[in-house]
Design a protein around this ligand. Structure first.
Ligand code: ADP
Ligand code: MG
Length: 696
């Protein structure tokens, strides 16, 4: 992302949070005009009180922001803590302490671990660079994604560059919504002109979003302009000022929408458009009322076209305000479909509308007949996860003596009702699975990230103790590519989607697959219970391979297909409750090792051991169609998705293997997101699957 001249950014981990980044810096090599807009919450955090008293300002050089602790409601010590951080950062940057502003976000009522922030100041300063994303990550709390916006603006013969980032996910309500946002630009702007343009931008952006109607103690939106673009300084009341205000507005709208979209537990963005109102303020308030209605939000979560709630919510607001405007004469559209036509319900195809409401954005339009004013508000749906995230926020987020904030999601912290439901549901599955076999293909991120590796090992051991008999087949993951690269191998062609494999390649692959990945996985599984047994496809001729021939007889080298599985060996092991862990190397008739795709091996083994289930762990949510997860489909439907090109590449290999397994008698195949810890357990022991289920 192109960034404005003279600005640099940093994001580091200083130790407020257990391991994620928690300290961000925005720095300008030239003095900036600074503007800010802040929460109107009367219980404002210390850094907010400081910054609000000092902007608009000139000669600002940077802003330091931390996440993990809000530095709010901790008494007068909060002001000293915030000041100590600013002083340390100023010293590290070699600028005056007054040249630094600060912001905080996180848990309320926990003091900042100032020593850690002060100690991290030099490394924060040293980490400065062009990567604004790193700073954006360092201000996250429950955010799930980075929020960035960028613009350029032609002004006085040069292009001024704007780059901005924000955070926000819960405790978000209009006036201002809970956000930290930082807009940086190299335009030259007078401080007051920057302030008025920023304040104006708030009205149609951050003041028009709501996630939960809760106003935070820490909202701060800053703009810094350092003038290095060299344009004549923008003053108030000029056409350039108007253009600046519009640019800031569109940046803030982008960021605000992203904040709404990433609301706690949100699965969808809601856009509410009100038109035909007698006044703008009225239009804004009505749009926000609908976007903030819990019943509307819950209906959107369930893709339920219950439009009555939309008119209920505007009607309530109009009535309590005693406005002279008639909601019964309005028209209402949901996803472009007219649901109420100004006189009564418009007949709608509920099934079709429901399908449209499953889109990631749901737009609701209300058009009144009394005037010309309009407004747009954004919100998100209300999911089970909102309560989950926020019910646990402080009980599961504990601050230790040194100020470190970490999450504790042990089951002990949950309500008795939740635990009861979970146990009843899980236990009913356990009896169903006893002595059944499941083949799990282990691949993707689950093979790379330590925490995911550990949760995978844990899951396999749990499945075993629940009476299920698992067989693990692993892939090669990124290790294979690294090793081949290092050895100068693997530079071969791809024919029909298959990597042509040379004799040297297959040796190196065996070294990694059998020698490294397999032994590591086995050791990990055997840390708590010693039942995993590592097997190469060569062991006892477990996998007999036949040389695979490409289309039109093309030579693919040492790529094999499965000719035979030594079922007897697996039976012996499964009978004695061992967990076979298979490295996908096949033994050819020529005595050579063959590279056999792990997805295919998993399917063949599942057929051979008459497995109940075949599970693929991968790096996507499951099978996607147009970005949307297909949670269940039949073999026939899957065949069609392969043929029409919806399922391609690596997923097509899995899909074909799934079809083969089903044809061979496996009852169901699951494709799961290996990036989510414990997804195997969630799939098998709860009612709602988490990935894609392919059934016969
Ligand atoms: P693994 O390493 O787990 O074997 P692959 O990369 O081989 O995973 O296969 C999964 C990939 O398939 C996805 O990351 C995606 O790029 C691709 N793919 C192609 N079509 C689809 C689809 N319809 N749904 C999901 N993923 C798909
Ligand atoms: Mg693959």
């Amino acid at each position: 992302m192109r960034t404005p001249r003279g600005f640099s950014y940093a994001g580091v981990h200083c130790g407020i949070k257990a391991s994620r980044k928690d300290l961000a810096l925005v720095y300008s090599e030239a003095p900036c005009s600074a503007a800010g807009c802040f929460t109107v919450n009367a219980a404002r955090a210390a850094p907010v009180r400081d910054a609000a008293a000092r902007v608009p300002a000139s000669d600002i050089r940077g802003i330091v922001a931390n996440s993990g602790s809000a530095n709010a409601l901790v008494g007068p010590a909060g002001d000293e803590d915030a000041r100590a951080v600013r002083v340390a950062v100023a010293r590290a940057l070699d600028v005056a302490p007054e040249a630094i502003l600060s912001a905080s976000t996180g848990v309320i009522g926990v003091r900042l671990p100032v020593d850690k922030l002060v100690a991290a100041a030099p490394s924060l300063a040293a980490a400065r660079g062009g990567a604004i994303e790193l700073a954006a990550q360092a201000i996250h709390t429950t955010d799930t994604r980075v929020k960035l916006a960028r613009r350029t603006m032609r002004i006085g013969g040069t292009d001024a560059v704007f780059a901005a980032f924000a955070k926000g996910s819960g405790m978000i309500a209009p006036e201002l919504a809970t956000v930290l946002a930082f807009v940086t630009t190299d335009a030259a702007v007078a401080p007051e002109a920057l302030q008025s343009a920023l304040s104006r931008a708030m009205r149609t952006s951050f003041e028009m979003i709501t996630v939960d109607g809760e106003m935070s103690t820490n909202d701060s939106v800053f703009a810094l302009a350092n003038g290095l673009a060299g344009n004549p300084r923008i003053e108030e009341g000029t056409p350039e000022h108007e253009a600046l205000a519009q640019t800031l507005e569109s940046i803030c709208i982008d960021l605000a929408r992203e904040v709404a979209e990433d609301g706690d537990g949100a699965t969808k963005l809601i856009e509410v458009r009100v038109a035909g109102a007698p006044e703008t303020l009225m239009a804004r308030e009505l749009a926000r009322a609908v976007a903030g209605s819990n019943l509307v939000k819950a209906a959107v979560f369930g893709a339920d076209p219950n439009w009555g709630r939309v008119l209920m919510s505007v009607g309530a607001r109009i009535g309590s305000r005693r406005w002279a405007i008639d909601p019964t004469r309005a028209t209402v559209h949901v996803q472009g479909v007219c649901v109420y036509d100004g006189a009564g319900p418009a007949g709608v195809d509920v099934v079709a509308l429901r399908a449209k409401m499953r889109e990631p954005q749901v737009t609701i339009e209300i058009k009144f007949v009394e005037g010309e004013s309009h407004a747009i508000a954004w919100g998100c749906d209300l999911s089970y996860d909102y309560v989950k995230i926020n019910a646990d926020y402080t009980s599961l987020t504990h601050a230790s003596a040194d100020g470190t904030v970490a999450r504790d999601d042990r089951l002990t912290n949950y309500s008795p009702g939740f635990k009861r439901a979970l146990l009843v549901e899980a236990l009913s599955y356990i009896s169903r699975f006893s002595n059944k076999r499941a083949v799990v293909k282990y691949g993707g991120a689950a093979m790379v990230k330590d925490s995911l590796k550990a949760s995978f090992a844990n899951d396999i051991n749990l499945l075993r103790s629940a009476g299920l008999l698992p067989v693990v087949v692993h892939g090669g993951g990124p290790e294979i590519t690294h090793t081949l690269d290092k050895l100068g191998l693997g530079k071969t062609d791809v024919v029909d989607g298959v990597h042509v494999t040379g004799r040297e390649d297959v040796k190196a692959m065996e070294m990694v697959l059998t020698g490294k990945i397999n032994t590591e996985l086995v050791s990990m599984l055997n840390q708590s219970s010693a039942h995993a047994i590592g097997l190469s496809g060569k062991d006892a001729g477990l996998l007999r391979a036949r040389k695979l021939v490409g289309e039109g007889g093309r030579d693919l080298g040492m790529v094999g297909e499965v000719a035979h599985v030594n079922q007897e060996l697996l039976e012996v092991l499964l009978d004695r409750k061992y967990v076979p862990v298979v490295s996908p190397v096949g033994l050819g008739e020529d005595g050579e090792g063959y590279n056999v795709n792990a997805d295919i091996v998993a399917a063949e083994i599942a057929i051979a051991v008459r497995a109940e289930k075949l599970i693929y762990l991968t790096d996507v949510a499951g099978i996607l169609d147009n970005g949307e997860l297909i949670s269940e489909l039949s073999a026939l439907e899957l065949t069609a998705k392969i043929e029409d090109g919806t399922v391609r590449g690596g997923m097509a290999v899995k899909a074909r293997s799934a079809l083969r397994a089903i044809q061979g008698g496996v009852a169901s195949v699951h494709i799961l997101d290996g990036r989510i810890a414990h997804s195997v357990i969630t799939e098998l022991f709860t009612d709602r699957g988490v990935g894609t289920l392919v059934r016969a």
